[in-house]
Write a protein that binds this ligand. Structure first.
Ligand SMILES: [Zn+2]
Ligand SMILES: [Zn+2]
Length: 374
């Protein structure tokens, strides 16, 4: 495979176009050296990259990006983590991939040497951001602690790559990591959820993918709550059996009505609304489980007595651990749901500021905005 791959000639330039973060809210398009893949790494030509809510957080507040032991501003750092591309150069010892392979990427490689990474929880690496100077544990999370995909080229560890078939478009492949986050959450909740009931609160990208993956895994019924009918209708197209517009109907009462007052087995909380956990506790039955994939900006009061009395389990998830993205990709390759429904807008790499504006202000109903990189 390697031999054949290396006979293919893919020329790689010395420098590339890349966006870098200056001060907060400041992105600059610069010319940077094309990075070199090390052992167990490949160089990708980035073909497409999606914008995520977390990219907006990094642009404004810096965190959760962490570069050289501090905030990522003015450090020549390239953000962007939801990308896909083509393998154009192999690091030493790489035979898992060949030149010309199309791949999607997971964000987090982790450090590979801490307790959590060894357990497959590389999104919760204990050495997060330790990849510099005396503190070098080799941590990688592209677009967070190492350079990401708002650029023509990026280096990825082979553990973070997922083969994608020719039939899947570049744009769809950028959505794998979002579906992977939903899959990680549903895995935390129960994994084998066929025949069990699921409420998803909040029809953002992760909420909509939670509906799709939950349905593909056999959950029944799948109920989606939200405030906007257009998003709720997308939820129906992705497999929701019931949708509840919380502006028109009390969501707890609606869930009780749909489930014959029993409540559901699982709630996947993707809204970040201040009262979402309290409401989720009223939606699950005793012994039920709640996964928090979003959170409010400020601490909020929670009725802990209700949690304890009813033996309710609450899980927090960070990103897309335990190879969840690979499993999400498998569902998408099998066409178990059409993730493309949430891709609404496309721009070029050079148009990143406009793309951000569309994503942040939800212009023309924007959900997932994707940049194509030529
Ligand atoms: Zn993201
Ligand atoms: Zn680690």
């Amino acid at each position: 495979m390697t031999e054949k791959a290396q006979t293919k000639d893919i020329s790689v330039p010395k420098t590339m176009k890349a966006w870098v973060l200056g001060d907060p809210e400041e992105l600059r398009l610069v010319e940077k050296p094309v990075p070199e893949p090390g052992p167990a790494e490949v160089l990708l030509h980035v073909d497409a990259v999606a914008i995520c809510g977390t990219d907006v957080e990094i642009l404004t507040k810096g965190l959760p990006a962490w570069i050289q032991g501090g905030l990522p501003f003015n450090k020549n750092f390239t953000p962007g983590h939801e990308y896909m591309g083509t393998v154009v150069k192999l690091g030493a010892g790489v035979d898992e991939y060949a030149l010309g392979d199309r791949v999607a990427v997971e964000v987090h490689a982790g450090c590979g040497r801490c307790e959590r990474c060894r357990m497959g929880m590389y999104t919760s690496c204990l050495n997060y951001g330790l990849n510099y100077g005396e503190h070098n544990k080799g941590h990688r999370a592209n677009g967070f602690t190492t350079d990401g995909g708002f650029a023509e080229y990026a280096v990825n560890h082979v553990n973070t790559l997922i083969h994608i078939p020719d039939e899947m478009s570049d744009e769809e492949a950028t959505l794998i990591v979002t579906a992977g986050t939903a899959t990680y959450g549903l895995d935390a909740l129960g994994g084998l959820i066929a025949g069990e009931s699921l409420v998803v609160t909040g029809p953002g990208p992760i909420g909509l993918m939670s509906v799709a993956v939950g349905k593909a895994l056999g959950a029944q019924p799948v109920i989606l709550t939200g405030t906007r009918d257009a998003r709720l209708n997308m939820g129906i197209r992705l497999g929701a059996d019931h949708v509840i517009n919380v502006r028109k109907e009390d969501p707890v009462e609606a869930v009780k009505r749909i489930t014959g007052s029993k409540g559901v087995h699982y709630v996947m909380e993707c809204s970040g609304a201040p009262n979402a956990l309290n409401e989720a506790m009223d939606m699950v039955n005793r012994g039920g489980r709640i996964c928090l994939a979003a959170f409010p900006g400020e601490p909020v009061p929670v009725d802990l007595a209700k949690l304890v009395r009813n033996n309710i389990y609450v899980y927090g998830i960070r990103g897309e651990g335990k190879s969840a993205s690979r499993r999400a990709a498998a569902l998408m390759i099998q066409k178990r749901f059409d993730a493309k429904i949430i891709h609404t807008h496309t721009f070029s790499l050079e148009e990143l500021p406009t793309a951000f504006k569309y994503a942040r202000e939800r212009i023309e109903g924007a959900i997932k905005v994707v940049l194509r990189v030529s």
